[in-house]
Design a binder for this molecule. Structure first.
Ligand SMILES: [Zn+2]
Length: 178
């Protein structure tokens, strides 16, 4: 399976401000997830910020945390928002999105989310919700969140490319991974 490593593409001042924050908490098990939710009770109702780091691990931070802070300034395999439901053995992942304007990850980063959740003993939901399609306008350079397959720049009306084009991204080959 090929995964992509996404580079932070957000404002430099946010990256600098995030450097003083701790990285998100790695979640390797359901117990880790439960402990994190007990320490962050607001996350049960409002969700949390997550990234999948370069080691394929889920990392959680309180909602409204910057993804680049959650990632410790590193590249990510996926990023977005996550919502949990239930407690203890009934703890489930209700929703996961790829909504991160810091990394603008392409929709196939879903594969990295599935691997990270499974590695933590959590069952992934069927798909991203919402699933965000990011494209950079080749005329004006602005990043668009494409809605309902309408590939037109909201800033300058130019057509948007069919392929993800936010930044250069590295391909990671994860052959033999469990
Ligand atoms: Zn444009």
């Amino acid at each position: 399976m090929d995964l992509f490593a996404y580079t932070y593409v957000g404002p430099e001042e946010i990256r600098r401000a995030s450097a003083s924050h701790p990285a998100g908490t790695p979640i390797a098990s359901r117990q880790d997830a439960e402990a994190w939710l007990q320490a962050h009770p607001d996350a049960r109702s409002e969700g949390a910020t997550y990234v999948v780091d370069l080691q394929g691990r889920l990392r959680l931070a309180p909602r409204r945390s910057e993804h680049v802070a959650c990632a410790g300034g590193e590249e990510v395999l996926a990023a977005g928002e996550i919502h949990f439901q239930g407690t203890g053995l009934r703890l489930t992942v209700a929703e996961v999105s790829n909504q991160s304007t810091g990394y603008c990850p392409d929709t196939p980063c879903w594969d990295a989310v599935v691997l990270a959740l499974q590695a933590a003993g959590l069952t992934p939901p069927p798909r991203f919700a919402p699933e965000i399609v990011f494209r950079r306008c080749t005329r004006c350079g602005e990043v668009n969140l494409v809605k309902e397959a309408w590939f037109v720049c909201v800033f300058c009306d130019a057509d948007l490319p069919a392929e993800w084009n936010i930044s250069p991204r590295r391909t990671l080959h994860l052959g033999g991974r469990e």
